[in-house]
Design a protein around this ligand. Sequence first.
Ligand code: SF4
Length: 216
Amino acid sequence: MAAIKTPQPVTGPLPLLESLGELRGALNHCRRCELWRHATQGVPGEGPPHARLMLVGEQPGDAEDVAGHPFVGPAGAMLDRGLDEAGIERSSVFVSNAVKHFKFEQRGKRRLHAKPSIAEIKACNVWLLEELRLVQPQLVIALGASAARGVLGRAVTISATRGRAIPLPQGPHAWITIHPSFLLRIEDEAQRHTEYQRFVRELAQADSWARGAGRP
Ligand code: SF4
């Protein structure tokens, strides 16, 4: 009887991956940082394999960690609403995160979001680059500062870089905007509305730019 192979932990360079399905399988063996220890599972990006737009958030949240799918919690609902108002079908875009395992602080029964460190974003970047290689989007929309760091490989200020195409060494361009969870944290209704309208406008502008750049 043939021996059953145990998958090797991924600690260094990634094995050669041929598909997004293979990436999903490999992700749960990643040991490139410590975040896998307490998370339920790795959450890879999802969407059409050759989507024109790739949207990148920070990391899975509580709901995403349990479901194993990106942007299915409250921030995901806000993103869906924004995409819809911007005239972009959620099913047409590839959605992912800069960090693939949920980082949190346990408070009683609640798991509170904790911001990933620069080292964790760097360690996880190989997976994001692999998704970029496999999907080859026209434009990568980075949602918030952690996503921007993962996509651009450097720290940037959202206010100074948002709303325009920035070339990436890997081929596609990046486009920076806010993370939808930022909108959920704004208490003042008028300010939230203003920020939301700007978010929708930037999503629509990004989509329009990507269409003009060649991918129908
Ligand atoms: S967060 Fe990223 S680098 Fe860290 S263990 Fe998970 S997949 Fe690997």
